[in-house]
Design a protein around this ligand. Sequence first.
Ligand SMILES: Cc1ncc(COP(=O)(O)O)c(C=O)c1O
Length: 382
Amino acid sequence: MGERFETRTVHIGHKPLRQVASKSTPIYQTSVFAFSGLEDVERYYAGEGEYLYTRNGNPNQAELALAVARLEQAEAGVSAASGMGAIMAGLLAVLGPGDHVLASHELYGGTYALLHKELSRFGIELECVDLRQRSSLAPHVRPQTKLLFMETITNPLLSVPDLPYWIGEAKRYGLAVMVDNTFATPYLVRPIQLGADLVVHSATKYIGGHSDVTAGVLVGRRDLVGRASEIVVNYGASLSPFEAWLTARGLKTLALRMERQCDNASEVARFLRNHSAVKRTYYPDPASTSFFHRGKQGAMISFCLADEEKVYDFFRALDWIKLAPSLAGVETSVSHPVTTSHRALTEEQRREAGITQGLIRLSVGIEAVEDIIAELDRALRS
Ligand SMILES: Cc1ncc(COP(=O)(O)O)c(C=O)c1O
C-alpha cells in the first residue's frame, strides 16, 4: 500500500474476504471483480471463473435467479432489472424477425406495449387470443408462429386460463410456452411442471413482497435461459446487487406471506360478494384453479361499485389502505385500473374488457383480516 494519506484512504480498509462464513448473504455492491493475475482472467474466459463485471453477473443476482429457478422447478434462471426486462429477454430468446407470437388478450399493459410497440419494429407480430374458454389454436397458428404467452392470473379481472390445456394445445403445434406467473407465484402454480418452457416474474411483486424493489426473474429451459442471459447483458438490463439482495431476502418469507395473504383474500372476497355497495366481485373460483397447489386462489381481488360514480368518494374515505398502482406488498393496497394501469386503453377497449370507472383492484396484505374488512366496509358505506 502507498505511504501517503490520499492513497491509504482509498485502500486501507479493503481486504477481499473469501472464506467468511456469514449466516446471511453479503451484498456484493461492486461493479467489477478483481483478478489475481492475467492467468486468472484467462480462466474466467475459459468458463472456470464466475464473475467479471456486475452487468455480466454478480453473486446476489445469481442467488436470486437460482432460488426462483429451484422454487419453480426449472433448469436455470436469470434475474433482470425489472419484470419487463425479464419478459423482454425471454421473448427475444425465442423470437426473431418475421416470427409470430400468440398472447392472451388479457395481458399486462407493459407486456402488450413491449410486443405491440417495440418488438413489432423487429418484425415480430403479435396476435391476441381469448384464452378464457378452451378452444383450438389451429385458426391462429402459422408457419412463423413460435410462442404462446399467457399469465397465470390476469390483471385486473383475475381470470385464470386453463394452463394445462393451453400448454398441451401449444405443444401440439410445436410452440414454446412462456407464462407470467407474477400473480400466482410458485407457491400456488408451477407452470414448468405443466410443460411451460419459460416462466417470468415481476419480482417487484410477491417474490420481493415489500414494495421496495423493482426486479424481474426469468426461469426455464437451460438453452433458452442461457440465450436470455446474454440478452440481459447485451441490452444492459442487469439487476443491481442491492436490489437482488433485497429481493432474495424478501423471497425467504414468500410461503408465509402467500398463505396469510391468500387466506385473508378469501375472507375479504366473501365479505365483498355480500356487500350491498358492491355490484360484482372478481376472484378466481375454485373450479378454474383446480391445478393450483394448496386449494388457494391468490391474494388479488377486483370489485365494481354498485354506484360507479362513488369511486372518488371510496378512495377518499380510505385511511390506512393506500391507493398505490402496484400490488403484492405485505400492506393491503388498492388501485383504480381506469386511471392507472389501463389508462392507455381507449374507452371502447376498456368497455370491451369490462374495465369500468367503478372497478377497484385490491391487493390483500398480511394485516388482521378483521381490520381490512372494517376499513373497506367504512369506505364502502361512505
Ligand atoms: C403481471 C405483470 N407482469 C409484469 C409486470 C412488469 O413488471 P415490472 O414493473 O417489475 O417491470 C407487471 C407489473 O405490474 C405485472 O403486473
